[in-house]
Write a protein that binds this ligand. Structure first.
Ligand code: ATP
Ligand code: MG
Length: 283
């Protein structure tokens, strides 16, 4: 069978998390920094290490079958690929930003102004949708200093915490798109059995990352109130303890409402709560 190729970022913000995800999915490979291709020892897959900008086109053209890349880069390249899975890392937002003292107040004020960006395609689509006629100045990096240099009236760039904007005397003005890393595939590749298997494994890792395994003790008297709070995958496991009328309850809890759940369990009478990470959840 032809070896499937997956393209990931060679170095940068997505590299480590992409490598981690593939390793947690049970793939064994060397994370060579110097080579472009790394074979996987225990799965029919090869890993291509590329600049993130090249990944969407490589996948569209079938040079790679799969790729891990930010949605922002896919949107900028306007490629025709299949979205297989959102991956939950590399989260950021693409925003328009203006100087703190700018006279721009509403979107329409951008008419006739200049906007510096490294994402001209996404920006152009946004401006067209909003009937705004502004000049796009494409620059490849350090977009945030362009207003100070008098190169543009506004910028359009990736913002995560807003710290870089602030230190350059800018403030966010409008959010145009949110982005996170996604697994994409060449059209039609989802039917390939190797891809299907890899996707199952990746999904089992993602599911596990969003949940915790929780064990707690409770008296039988408090059990109904505790069970009311617990969905579990099917239902919680209840194990008798050596002490009469006490049980241990085992369950999984979604990370997002974790603290809220734990506090409510304590109030309902749960004691000795132990929380464990989960490696994989295979449904
Ligand atoms: P390459 O050398 O591969 O072209 P790059 O410099 O273009 O790398 P990085 O800065 O490593 O790219 O960012 C890769 C991706 O990480 C971005 O396209 C975006 O999807 C995501 N990302 C998440 N948070 C941020 C952030 N604060 N700044 C920039 N990118 C971010
Ligand atoms: Mg890049």
């Amino acid at each position: 069978m032809k070896t499937i190729k997956i393209a990931i970022q060679k170095s940068g913000r997505l590299n480590e998390k992409s490598v981690d995800l593939l390793k947690k999915s049970g793939l064994s490979f060397e994370n060579y920094k110097s080579s472009l291709i790394s074979p996987v020892n225990n799965f029919p897959l090869e890993i291509l290490f590329l600049r993130d900008d090249d990944i969407p086109e490589y996948v569209q053209d079938g040079i790679a079958d799969l790729g891990i890349v930010g949605e922002n880069v896919i949107a900028e390249k306007e490629v025709d690929v299949t979205y297989l899975q959102k991956l939950g890392f590399g989260k950021c937002s693409l925003k328009l930003a203006i100087a703190n003292h700018s006279d721009i107040n509403v979107l329409a004020d951008l008419n006739g102004k200049s906007i510096a960006t490294s994402y001209p395609v996404i920006l152009n689509n946004f401006l067209q949708e909003n009937n705004i006629n502004a000049e796009i100045r494409e620059i490849s990096g350090s977009v945030e200093i362009s207003t100070n240099l008098g190169l543009s009236d506004a910028i359009f760039d990736i913002v995560s915490t807003g710290g870089t904007l602030k230190s350059n005397g800018l403030k966010p003005f409008a959010e145009v798109m949110r982005s996170e890393a996604v697994l994409i595939g060449k059209n039609g590749i989802a039917k390939n059995p190797v891809v299907f298997e890899l996707l199952q494994r990746i999904q089992s890792v993602l599911r596990a990352e969003q949940t915790k395994y929780v064990v707690m003790n409770a008296s039988k008297e408090n059990l109904p109130a505790i069970l009311e709070l617990l969905p579990g995958i099917k239902s919680p496991t209840i194990v008798p303890l050596a002490t009469a009328d006490w049980v241990a309850v085992h369950t999984v809890i979604p990370e997002k409402d974790f603290w809220d759940k734990i506090n409510r369990l304590k109030t309902a009478g749960a004691e000795g709560i132990v929380v464990l990470p989960i490696e994989k959840i295979i449904l």
